[in-house]
Write a protein that binds this ligand. Structure first.
Ligand code: SF4
Length: 300
């Protein structure tokens, strides 16, 4: 059996920056450094920073006063910054700049008195942070389309979660445009999500099975699995070699491997090692070169 590994895969610039922020904060301020929500959606990354002295919490109230807290890459609502201020916490913001861009769009459209529609997945951490910025209507393409509510809106601006399916989001946006043709449309799916989905589409064309390496709660990874399935190729999302079902590999000649934006490369390599292929070929484009600056207080 042959393995094809696609590029780009794995860590994006926002994830690299978020992990760097926690590690530099630990060096600069000493342990513990609290992290609000998993720094990125991958348990290996979370364990790794926790081993270095980070403590992951879900609520600001769990953090002792005057502590240092890093806000996760997914972004947070203004409410959380207020709560942190009341507890005299030092906040270091690891929100991905591309998520901050969506927050800024929401605030701008709100100031312009537009009705904001957010295309996103209910309950996802990023959506919670974006919805906290101002009033907006959520359109979750996995659920019933709120046609009647959208029809009543005037002066509409559409924004989106950064890690959605490129195809499904385009469909949702088209449905909105049919109801409100003059809506301002911002498709905010980020470069990393788009590139990984495009690469997975090309990978799936060449394979009998696609394994996506990453965590179940990673929207990014789930969407890669969906891309392969949409192409008619069986696909499984696994955290690492411990989750391989070797029955999947029976009669399979070519296995495609990819990973989401929050998956460490070591997990990919461990899966390849575990399935013992006759050959491994790396396909796709060159690695991405995008990087994001650290927050000013950690740059000094
Ligand atoms: S997936 Fe996109 S939005 Fe999310 S952290 Fe990476 S670059 Fe930022």
């Amino acid at each position: 059996m042959k393995v094809l590994v696609t590029n780009p895969r794995g860590f994006c610039a926002g994830v690299v920056r978020a992990i760097d922020i926690v590690e530099i904060a630990l060096k600069k301020f000493g342990a513990p450094v609290y992290v609000k929500h998993q720094i990125v959606h991958n348990p290996d990354v979370v364990n790794d920073v926790e081993t270095q002295g980070a403590i992951t919490v879900e609520n600001i109230e769990e953090i002792p006063e005057r502590s240092v807290v890093v806000f996760s890459a997914h972004g947070s609502a203004p409410d959380d910054y207020e709560k942190a201020k009341k507890r005299n916490l030092k906040v270091i913001d690891a929100t991905c700049p591309l998520v901050t861009k969506v927050h800024n769009e929401a605030k701008k459209y709100s100031n312009e008195k537009k009705s904001i529609v957010l295309v996103g997945h209910k309950g996802h951490q990023e959506v919670k942070g974006t919805m906290g910025q101002t009033d907006m209507l959520l359109v979750d393409e996995r659920k019933n389309f709120p046609k009647d509510k959208i029809k009543k809106l005037k002066n509409v601006a559409v924004i989106s979660q950064t890690t959605l399916s490129v195809n499904d989001t385009a469909k949702a946006i088209n449905n909105i445009k049919e109801l409100v043709p003059d809506a301002v449309i911002r498709n905010d799916i980020c470069y990393a999500t788009t590139n990984r989905q495009n690469a997975t589409e090309l990978l799936a064309e060449k394979c009998d099975l696609v394994l996506v390496i990453g965590a179940n709660n990673s929207s990014n990874c789930q969407r890669l699995k969906d891309v392969a399935k949409r192409m008619g190729v069986p696909s499984h999302l696994i955290l690492g070699p411990q989750e391989i079902n070797y029955d999947w590999l029976k009669n399979v000649k070519t296995v495609g491997i990819t990973s989401g934006a929050s998956t460490p490369e070591k997990m990919v390599q461990e899966v390849i090692k575990a399935i013992k292929p006759e050959s491994v070929e790396y396909i796709g484009g060159p690695p991405e070169k995008i990087t994001f600056k650290l927050p000013q207080e950690l740059n000094q």
